[in-house]
Design a protein around this ligand. Sequence first.
Ligand code: SAM
Length: 222
Amino acid sequence: MSDSLSRAADALEARGVMLGGPRANFGLAGRKQLMALLHHGMGTDAKVLDIGCGSLRAGHLLVRLLDPGCYFGIEPDREMLRAGIEVLLGEELVAAKRPTFSEHDDFSMTQFGETFDYYLARSIWSHASKPQIEAMLDGFVATSVRGATFLTSYYPATEERPDYDGAEWVGRSHESVEQGTIAHDLRWIARACQARGLRVEEARAAAINFGAQTWLRIRYAR
Ligand SMILES: C[S@@+](CC[C@H](N)C(=O)[O-])C[C@H]1O[C@@H](n2cnc3c(N)ncnc32)[C@H](O)[C@@H]1O
């Protein structure tokens, strides 16, 4: 991690906010999210919605790269979001790039009155329940342009980490200090996508993956 990013992580931790994952991964996790979007064709004029943007681990890179008015973030943990905006963006960058934020926690995406080209949900489906994932897919259908891409990371269900069937978010959030992650069966995700005219595929390129989560790419079937 660069010295400036390390100082930013210090400043975020001093404010008692989550970094979005282990500190050692803070820089890498941000860069890999940016690389995943670029790998899947994102241009600087794309409208990007970062769902559960946290303390802007990826968001600060996206705000810098994208054209003004193109970055949108949803984060219900107000302290985490405020800290990220102040520490990683700052007033000048906010004024120049005009990012837009929402603190909604129902996974709705219509509050911006926008359509989006790319959706990013890193380390969100590794905590979200099936009803919450379905709400995100519905949000995608309601707000996306036809050629849009939804990139999300998840833990594939295995014998050791079985398919999660609860209705609640698992892990830290604006409502919980409990750690935890969950896994989903790709066949269930495929069915949920198919029911909405979408198709899902795993995006396993080494250049964009890190850790045990795998990227999924969701797009319209036709
Ligand atoms: C593991 S962190 C990942 C943060 C970010 N995507 C990143 O990679 O740095 C999960 C994030 O989801 C947020 N979150 C929890 N419940 C949410 C909800 N209902 N809607 C949107 N985000 C939520 C948490 O506050 C937290 O910032």
